[in-house]
Design a protein around this ligand. Structure first.
Ligand SMILES: *Cc1c(COP(=O)(O)O)cnc(C)c1O
Length: 348
Protein backbone atom coordinates (compact mmCIF):
# COMPACT_ATOMS: atom_id res chain seq x y z
CA UNK A 1 0.00 0.00 0.00
CA UNK A 2 1.15 3.47 -0.90
CA UNK A 3 1.52 6.05 1.90
CA UNK A 4 -0.24 9.24 0.78
CA UNK A 5 2.29 11.91 -0.07
CA UNK A 6 0.11 14.98 -0.51
CA UNK A 7 1.48 18.07 1.20
CA UNK A 8 0.15 19.13 4.61
CA UNK A 9 -2.68 21.68 4.49
CA UNK A 10 -0.91 23.41 7.37
CA UNK A 11 2.46 25.09 7.30
CA UNK A 12 4.45 27.24 9.69
CA UNK A 13 6.27 29.76 7.54
CA UNK A 14 9.38 31.30 9.08
CA UNK A 15 10.78 34.71 8.18
CA UNK A 16 14.46 33.75 8.30
CA UNK A 17 15.59 37.31 7.63
CA UNK A 18 13.59 38.52 10.65
CA UNK A 19 15.04 35.70 12.80
CA UNK A 20 18.58 36.70 11.84
CA UNK A 21 17.81 40.41 12.34
CA UNK A 22 16.46 39.63 15.83
CA UNK A 23 19.61 37.67 16.71
CA UNK A 24 21.84 40.50 15.42
CA UNK A 25 19.86 43.06 17.44
CA UNK A 26 20.10 40.94 20.61
CA UNK A 27 23.80 40.33 19.98
CA UNK A 28 24.33 44.09 19.66
CA UNK A 29 22.28 44.75 22.83
CA UNK A 30 24.45 42.17 24.62
CA UNK A 31 27.35 44.64 24.40
CA UNK A 32 30.71 43.02 25.08
CA UNK A 33 29.03 39.61 25.41
CA UNK A 34 27.99 37.51 22.42
CA UNK A 35 24.47 36.21 21.98
CA UNK A 36 23.87 32.49 21.68
CA UNK A 37 20.43 31.01 21.04
CA UNK A 38 18.01 28.91 23.10
CA UNK A 39 16.68 26.38 20.56
CA UNK A 40 15.01 23.95 22.97
CA UNK A 41 11.53 22.60 22.22
CA UNK A 42 12.27 22.55 18.47
CA UNK A 43 13.34 26.21 18.61
CA UNK A 44 10.09 27.14 20.40
CA UNK A 45 8.14 25.31 17.70
CA UNK A 46 9.71 27.09 14.74
CA UNK A 47 11.80 24.06 13.72
CA UNK A 48 15.24 23.73 15.31
CA UNK A 49 17.03 22.52 12.21
CA UNK A 50 16.14 25.51 10.07
CA UNK A 51 16.59 27.96 12.96
CA UNK A 52 20.05 26.64 13.90
CA UNK A 53 21.14 26.54 10.31
CA UNK A 54 20.07 30.17 9.69
CA UNK A 55 21.61 31.46 12.94
CA UNK A 56 24.86 29.52 12.52
CA UNK A 57 25.23 31.05 9.06
CA UNK A 58 24.70 34.49 10.59
CA UNK A 59 27.54 33.86 13.07
CA UNK A 60 25.80 32.51 16.17
CA UNK A 61 28.08 30.01 17.89
CA UNK A 62 26.30 28.73 21.01
CA UNK A 63 23.06 26.75 20.95
CA UNK A 64 21.07 25.54 23.96
CA UNK A 65 18.62 22.64 23.97
CA UNK A 66 16.85 21.07 26.94
CA UNK A 67 16.88 17.34 26.05
CA UNK A 68 19.65 15.07 24.76
CA UNK A 69 17.35 13.92 21.94
CA UNK A 70 17.10 17.53 20.82
CA UNK A 71 20.89 17.67 20.56
CA UNK A 72 20.98 14.39 18.64
CA UNK A 73 18.64 15.89 16.01
CA UNK A 74 21.11 18.74 15.35
CA UNK A 75 24.42 16.88 15.05
CA UNK A 76 24.50 17.19 11.26
CA UNK A 77 23.39 20.85 11.30
CA UNK A 78 26.06 22.42 13.50
CA UNK A 79 29.36 21.45 15.13
CA UNK A 80 28.24 19.41 18.18
CA UNK A 81 30.73 21.29 20.38
CA UNK A 82 28.53 24.37 19.90
CA UNK A 83 25.51 22.63 21.47
CA UNK A 84 24.87 22.44 25.23
CA UNK A 85 22.11 20.43 26.94
CA UNK A 86 20.43 22.40 29.72
CA UNK A 87 18.88 19.43 31.55
CA UNK A 88 22.30 17.86 32.08
CA UNK A 89 23.17 14.15 32.19
CA UNK A 90 20.65 12.01 34.06
CA UNK A 91 22.09 8.66 33.02
CA UNK A 92 25.39 7.03 32.01
CA UNK A 93 24.03 6.92 28.43
CA UNK A 94 23.68 10.71 28.43
CA UNK A 95 27.31 11.03 29.54
CA UNK A 96 28.47 8.55 26.90
CA UNK A 97 26.56 10.44 24.21
CA UNK A 98 28.16 13.73 25.27
CA UNK A 99 31.63 12.25 25.27
CA UNK A 100 31.15 10.54 21.91
CA UNK A 101 29.76 13.63 20.16
CA UNK A 102 31.32 16.62 21.91
CA UNK A 103 27.93 18.05 22.93
CA UNK A 104 28.43 19.79 26.32
CA UNK A 105 26.34 18.86 29.32
CA UNK A 106 25.14 21.65 31.60
CA UNK A 107 25.79 20.10 35.04
CA UNK A 108 22.97 21.04 37.42
CA UNK A 109 23.75 19.10 40.59
CA UNK A 110 26.54 17.50 42.57
CA UNK A 111 25.20 14.13 41.35
CA UNK A 112 25.44 15.17 37.70
CA UNK A 113 28.97 16.46 38.27
CA UNK A 114 29.99 13.16 39.88
CA UNK A 115 28.48 11.22 36.97
CA UNK A 116 30.43 13.36 34.52
CA UNK A 117 33.72 13.07 36.43
CA UNK A 118 33.32 9.29 36.91
CA UNK A 119 33.26 8.87 33.14
CA UNK A 120 36.40 10.92 32.64
CA UNK A 121 34.85 14.39 32.45
CA UNK A 122 35.96 16.89 29.84
CA UNK A 123 34.69 20.30 28.82
CA UNK A 124 31.29 21.01 30.43
CA UNK A 125 29.00 23.84 31.53
CA UNK A 126 27.71 24.34 35.07
CA UNK A 127 24.37 25.91 36.08
CA UNK A 128 24.38 27.54 39.50
CA UNK A 129 21.11 28.26 41.25
CA UNK A 130 20.94 31.89 42.38
CA UNK A 131 17.39 31.98 43.69
CA UNK A 132 15.00 30.42 41.20
CA UNK A 133 15.20 26.99 42.86
CA UNK A 134 14.55 25.16 39.61
CA UNK A 135 17.74 23.65 38.17
CA UNK A 136 21.29 24.29 39.27
CA UNK A 137 24.04 23.52 41.77
CA UNK A 138 23.62 25.30 45.13
CA UNK A 139 26.07 28.10 45.89
CA UNK A 140 27.48 26.12 48.79
CA UNK A 141 28.36 23.17 46.55
CA UNK A 142 30.50 25.11 44.07
CA UNK A 143 33.74 24.60 45.98
CA UNK A 144 33.50 20.86 45.43
CA UNK A 145 33.38 21.30 41.65
CA UNK A 146 36.73 23.02 41.18
CA UNK A 147 38.32 20.08 39.35
CA UNK A 148 35.78 20.36 36.50
CA UNK A 149 36.82 21.84 33.19
CA UNK A 150 34.09 24.49 32.97
CA UNK A 151 33.41 26.31 29.72
CA UNK A 152 30.27 28.32 30.62
CA UNK A 153 29.18 29.05 34.20
CA UNK A 154 25.45 29.75 33.90
CA UNK A 155 22.70 31.03 36.09
CA UNK A 156 19.12 31.90 35.12
CA UNK A 157 16.93 34.87 36.09
CA UNK A 158 13.47 34.21 37.50
CA UNK A 159 11.97 37.67 36.94
CA UNK A 160 13.97 39.39 34.20
CA UNK A 161 10.73 40.47 32.51
CA UNK A 162 9.81 42.54 35.61
CA UNK A 163 11.52 45.29 37.55
CA UNK A 164 12.02 43.03 40.54
CA UNK A 165 14.51 43.24 43.40
CA UNK A 166 15.20 39.57 42.70
CA UNK A 167 17.18 40.57 39.56
CA UNK A 168 19.88 42.43 41.50
CA UNK A 169 19.95 39.73 44.19
CA UNK A 170 20.51 37.02 41.57
CA UNK A 171 23.14 39.16 39.85
CA UNK A 172 25.11 39.47 43.09
CA UNK A 173 24.93 35.71 43.73
CA UNK A 174 26.03 34.97 40.15
CA UNK A 175 29.00 37.32 40.59
CA UNK A 176 29.95 35.51 43.80
CA UNK A 177 29.68 32.18 41.96
CA UNK A 178 32.04 33.50 39.29
CA UNK A 179 34.61 34.10 42.03
CA UNK A 180 34.05 30.66 43.53
CA UNK A 181 34.36 28.41 40.46
CA UNK A 182 36.96 28.76 37.68
CA UNK A 183 35.37 28.95 34.23
CA UNK A 184 36.09 30.21 30.72
CA UNK A 185 32.84 32.13 30.13
CA UNK A 186 29.85 33.25 32.22
CA UNK A 187 26.18 33.64 31.22
CA UNK A 188 23.08 34.88 33.04
CA UNK A 189 20.69 36.66 30.68
CA UNK A 190 17.74 35.30 28.72
CA UNK A 191 15.97 37.63 26.25
CA UNK A 192 14.58 39.91 28.95
CA UNK A 193 17.85 39.81 30.91
CA UNK A 194 19.71 41.31 27.96
CA UNK A 195 17.62 44.48 28.42
CA UNK A 196 18.66 44.77 32.10
CA UNK A 197 22.04 46.20 31.12
CA UNK A 198 25.75 45.43 30.90
CA UNK A 199 26.11 44.03 34.42
CA UNK A 200 23.87 41.12 33.44
CA UNK A 201 25.67 40.25 30.19
CA UNK A 202 28.85 38.41 31.25
CA UNK A 203 30.48 36.77 28.23
CA UNK A 204 27.48 35.08 26.64
CA UNK A 205 23.70 35.65 26.58
CA UNK A 206 21.00 33.02 25.97
CA UNK A 207 18.03 34.68 24.22
CA UNK A 208 15.10 32.49 23.21
CA UNK A 209 11.66 34.07 22.88
CA UNK A 210 12.88 37.38 21.44
CA UNK A 211 14.65 35.55 18.59
CA UNK A 212 11.25 34.22 17.59
CA UNK A 213 9.32 37.49 17.82
CA UNK A 214 8.41 37.71 21.52
CA UNK A 215 8.86 41.04 23.34
CA UNK A 216 9.30 40.27 27.06
CA UNK A 217 10.32 43.83 28.04
CA UNK A 218 9.49 47.27 26.69
CA UNK A 219 13.14 47.95 25.82
CA UNK A 220 12.88 45.33 23.07
CA UNK A 221 9.74 46.79 21.46
CA UNK A 222 10.44 48.23 18.03
CA UNK A 223 13.60 46.13 17.80
CA UNK A 224 12.12 42.64 17.50
CA UNK A 225 10.35 41.48 14.35
CA UNK A 226 7.70 38.76 13.90
CA UNK A 227 9.11 35.46 12.72
CA UNK A 228 6.35 32.80 12.80
CA UNK A 229 3.52 32.84 10.27
CA UNK A 230 1.00 29.98 10.43
CA UNK A 231 -0.74 29.30 7.11
CA UNK A 232 -3.63 26.98 6.38
CA UNK A 233 -5.52 25.65 3.36
CA UNK A 234 -9.21 26.26 2.79
CA UNK A 235 -10.97 22.87 2.58
CA UNK A 236 -14.57 23.82 1.82
CA UNK A 237 -16.78 26.82 1.13
CA UNK A 238 -20.54 27.13 1.60
CA UNK A 239 -23.30 29.69 1.51
CA UNK A 240 -25.62 29.91 4.53
CA UNK A 241 -28.81 31.86 5.13
CA UNK A 242 -29.71 34.16 8.00
CA UNK A 243 -30.52 32.19 11.15
CA UNK A 244 -28.26 29.21 10.38
CA UNK A 245 -25.55 28.39 12.92
CA UNK A 246 -21.99 27.11 12.46
CA UNK A 247 -19.81 24.69 14.40
CA UNK A 248 -20.13 22.77 17.66
CA UNK A 249 -22.81 24.01 20.04
CA UNK A 250 -24.02 26.50 17.45
CA UNK A 251 -22.32 29.41 19.23
CA UNK A 252 -22.49 31.61 16.11
CA UNK A 253 -25.69 32.31 14.19
CA UNK A 254 -25.61 34.14 10.87
CA UNK A 255 -27.41 37.52 11.14
CA UNK A 256 -27.64 37.69 7.34
CA UNK A 257 -26.78 35.48 4.36
CA UNK A 258 -23.06 34.63 4.58
CA UNK A 259 -20.33 32.84 2.72
CA UNK A 260 -18.29 30.72 5.15
CA UNK A 261 -15.17 28.57 4.74
CA UNK A 262 -13.65 25.71 6.70
CA UNK A 263 -9.86 25.53 7.18
CA UNK A 264 -7.60 22.64 8.25
CA UNK A 265 -6.58 24.09 11.62
CA UNK A 266 -7.85 23.18 15.07
CA UNK A 267 -7.01 22.85 18.73
CA UNK A 268 -5.03 19.67 18.04
CA UNK A 269 -2.66 21.96 16.14
CA UNK A 270 -2.34 24.35 19.07
CA UNK A 271 -5.00 26.75 17.80
CA UNK A 272 -6.82 26.40 21.10
CA UNK A 273 -10.51 26.97 21.80
CA UNK A 274 -9.70 30.36 23.32
CA UNK A 275 -9.55 31.59 19.71
CA UNK A 276 -13.24 30.68 19.21
CA UNK A 277 -15.10 33.74 17.93
CA UNK A 278 -11.92 35.83 18.41
CA UNK A 279 -9.29 34.71 15.91
CA UNK A 280 -8.61 36.34 12.55
CA UNK A 281 -7.37 34.84 9.31
CA UNK A 282 -6.31 36.74 6.20
CA UNK A 283 -6.70 36.24 2.49
CA UNK A 284 -3.83 36.94 0.13
CA UNK A 285 -4.91 40.58 -0.26
CA UNK A 286 -5.03 41.07 3.52
CA UNK A 287 -8.83 40.92 3.79
CA UNK A 288 -10.16 40.15 7.32
CA UNK A 289 -11.60 36.63 7.72
CA UNK A 290 -12.93 36.42 11.32
CA UNK A 291 -13.19 33.04 13.06
CA UNK A 292 -16.85 32.06 13.50
CA UNK A 293 -18.05 29.93 16.40
CA UNK A 294 -16.06 27.18 18.10
CA UNK A 295 -12.62 26.03 17.03
CA UNK A 296 -12.81 22.23 16.74
CA UNK A 297 -10.06 19.60 16.86
CA UNK A 298 -8.98 19.72 13.22
CA UNK A 299 -11.14 22.47 11.73
CA UNK A 300 -12.03 26.13 12.10
CA UNK A 301 -14.76 28.07 10.26
CA UNK A 302 -14.16 31.59 8.97
CA UNK A 303 -16.28 34.33 7.43
CA UNK A 304 -15.63 34.65 3.68
CA UNK A 305 -18.46 37.10 2.99
CA UNK A 306 -16.00 39.82 2.01
CA UNK A 307 -13.70 37.46 0.09
CA UNK A 308 -15.84 36.19 -2.80
CA UNK A 309 -12.78 35.07 -4.77
CA UNK A 310 -11.38 32.69 -2.16
CA UNK A 311 -12.13 29.02 -2.82
CA UNK A 312 -11.18 25.47 -1.97
CA UNK A 313 -7.41 24.92 -1.91
CA UNK A 314 -6.50 28.58 -1.36
CA UNK A 315 -4.02 29.37 1.41
CA UNK A 316 -4.90 31.74 4.24
CA UNK A 317 -2.66 33.39 6.82
CA UNK A 318 -3.46 33.20 10.54
CA UNK A 319 -3.02 36.42 12.54
CA UNK A 320 -0.35 35.43 15.07
CA UNK A 321 1.44 38.59 16.17
CA UNK A 322 2.61 37.37 19.59
CA UNK A 323 1.78 40.46 21.63
CA UNK A 324 -1.69 40.83 20.13
CA UNK A 325 -2.35 37.07 20.24
CA UNK A 326 -1.31 37.00 23.87
CA UNK A 327 -3.69 39.86 24.71
CA UNK A 328 -6.61 38.12 22.93
CA UNK A 329 -6.08 34.62 24.34
CA UNK A 330 -4.37 35.05 27.70
CA UNK A 331 -1.70 32.60 26.53
CA UNK A 332 1.95 33.59 26.92
CA UNK A 333 4.05 34.12 23.77
CA UNK A 334 5.99 30.99 24.82
CA UNK A 335 2.80 28.88 24.88
CA UNK A 336 1.55 30.39 21.62
CA UNK A 337 4.69 29.23 19.79
CA UNK A 338 5.54 25.93 21.48
CA UNK A 339 1.90 24.79 21.28
CA UNK A 340 1.87 24.77 17.47
CA UNK A 341 1.57 21.09 16.67
CA UNK A 342 3.33 18.48 14.62
CA UNK A 343 0.92 18.68 11.69
CA UNK A 344 2.42 22.03 10.67
CA UNK A 345 4.92 21.55 7.86
CA UNK A 346 8.15 23.30 8.77
CA UNK A 347 10.09 23.54 5.53
CA UNK A 348 13.85 23.49 5.94
C1 LIG B 1 14.63 28.86 27.91
C2 LIG B 1 15.84 29.41 28.52
C3 LIG B 1 16.41 30.60 28.06
C4 LIG B 1 15.73 31.49 27.05
O1 LIG B 1 14.74 32.25 27.71
P1 LIG B 1 13.83 33.32 26.95
O2 LIG B 1 13.00 33.91 28.02
O3 LIG B 1 13.02 32.55 25.97
O4 LIG B 1 14.73 34.29 26.28
C5 LIG B 1 17.62 31.00 28.59
N1 LIG B 1 18.23 30.26 29.54
C6 LIG B 1 17.71 29.12 30.03
C7 LIG B 1 18.43 28.37 31.09
C8 LIG B 1 16.50 28.66 29.54
O5 LIG B 1 15.96 27.54 30.06
Amino acid sequence: MQVPTSASPLRLAMDAAALVANWRALDAMSGAAVAGAAVKADAYGLGARRVVSALAQAGCRDFFVAHWLEAAALLDVVDPRRIAVLHGPLTAQDVAFAQATGVRPVLNSVEQAARWRAAGGGLCDVMVDTGMNRLGVGQGDLAGLSSLQVDVLHSHLASADEDSALNAAQLARWQAAREALPHARAALANSAGIALGAAYHGDLTRPGIALYGGVPRGELAGVIRSVAMPQVALLQVRQIVAGESVGYNATFTAPAPMRVGTVALGYADGYLRCWSGKGMLRGGDGVDLPVLGRVSMDLTIVDLTHAPDLGEGDWLGVDYDLAAASAVTGLSPYELLTGLGRRFARAS
